[in-house]
Design a protein around this ligand. Structure first.
Ligand code: FES
Ligand SMILES: [Fe+2]
Length: 339
């Protein structure tokens, strides 16, 4: 069960080329991604209606893709333009074309009714190419349902136990969260005031040696996007005056019910011309995310084995519960609108 009338991240800009169309599944559907000769992103259902070869076996010709088997050709809207040996192409012959927009270095794909695709509703990941921010990201394949990643990011107390060498902040469990809910977003906030120290990674990159205040705003936007806004600055009783901020960008894109394309990036607003800092923050965050991947895949395996048992909720799960409720409600709305 997925939200359909939403933009999902499908690829990084650099992945789309004119000479190497590729297949990627989103929401269980096979898609072919390519770039037209005019440089536009194109996303089609990756199944040739002739004899079912994937179109991703083919080559790009102008704005179209020519099937690698017998040469049927489909333009970027999915209309068939060429059938070798036939003067006329049946009007109705087509594959599904998915609206695709390239923005900030990501390719956003509309997975719902093409008539309702509105680029104004693309989730805000502008930090990816904002000159005031620097950083780096990648795609992590995770063998778990995307909701387990969503839950992971909405309850950051886990860092204390799972990310001991990187993102662990001892005080995190002492401070409750606020969860602010609207129709379009869940915002989970925590402010840790005057704590003895921040995490090992932020201590290293920020050079903190005295008490700090650390804040986290985790913004969840359906279908499955999370921006973690966070910062650490010297506490009032510190003689230091240091301040760092990050935006950790997360697009949790269902590949299948049991697998997720996890597009992420860590952006910062300090020492933005320092490539070593980019590597240090990327590598540190990546090793923490590998720990998330490790436990989430184990969690998924247990849930599969036990046929999805019911979890227990505690106050730190406030954001997790709100996001679950919001998405469930939106899915019901989509389904009843479709009936
Ligand atoms: S299967 Fe694609 S043209 Fe025949
Ligand atoms: Fe984590």
């Amino acid at each position: 069960m997925y939200l359909r009338n939403y933009w999902y991240v499908g690829a990084w800009s650099h992945e789309l080329t004119t000479d190497a169309p590729f297949q990627r599944h989103l929401l269980g559907e096979p898609l072919v991604f390519y770039r037209t000769e005019d440089g536009e992103p194109a996303v089609l259902h990756d199944l040739c209606p002739h004899r079912f070869a994937p179109l991703s076996t083919g080559r790009v010709v102008g704005d179209a893709i020519e099937c690698g088997y017998h040469g049927f050709t489909f333009n970027k809207t999915g209309a068939c333009t060429v059938i070798p040996g036939m003067d006329k192409v049946p009007e109705k012959l087509c594959v599904r074309g998915y609206p695709a927009v390239e923005k900030w270095g990501w390719i956003f794909v509309w997975m719902g009714d093409p008539e309702t695709a509105d680029p104004a509703t693309i989730p805000d990941f502008h930090y990816l190419d904002d000159p005031a921010w620097a950083g780096k990201g990648e795609t992590m394949p995770v063998k778990a349902n995307y909701t387990l990643l969503r839950d992971n990011l909405l309850d950051l107390t886990h860092a204390k136990f799972l990310h001991r060498t990187t993102l662990k902040t001892d005080a995190v469990t002492d401070f409750p969260v606020d969860a602010i809910t609207s129709d379009k977003q869940i915002n989970v906030r925590r402010r840790m005031v005057n704590i003895p120290q921040t995490s090992p990674l932020w201590t290293e990159v920020g050079g903190f040696t005295q008490p700090v205040t650390q804040w986290q705003n985790v913004e969840f936007t359906p279908a499955a996007n999370i921006v973690i806004k966070m910062g650490v600055h010297s506490a009032e009783n510190s003689t230091e005056n240091k301040r760092i901020e990050f935006r950790i960008l997360n697009a949790l894109v269902p590949e299948t019910e049991n697998t997720t394309h996890y597009f992420w990036a860590i952006m910062r607003n300090f020492e933005i011309n320092d490539d070593e800092m980019t590597e240090m923050t990327f590598t540190g965050n990546k090793s923490a995310f590998a720990e998330d991947q490790w436990i989430i895949e184990k969690q998924q395996a247990m849930m599969n084995a036990l046929d999805n048992p019911t979890p227990i909720a505690v106050p730190h799960d406030k954001g997790v519960l709100r996001a679950t409720q919001l998405v469930d409600r939106l899915i019901k709305q989509e389904q009843s609108a479709a009936e």
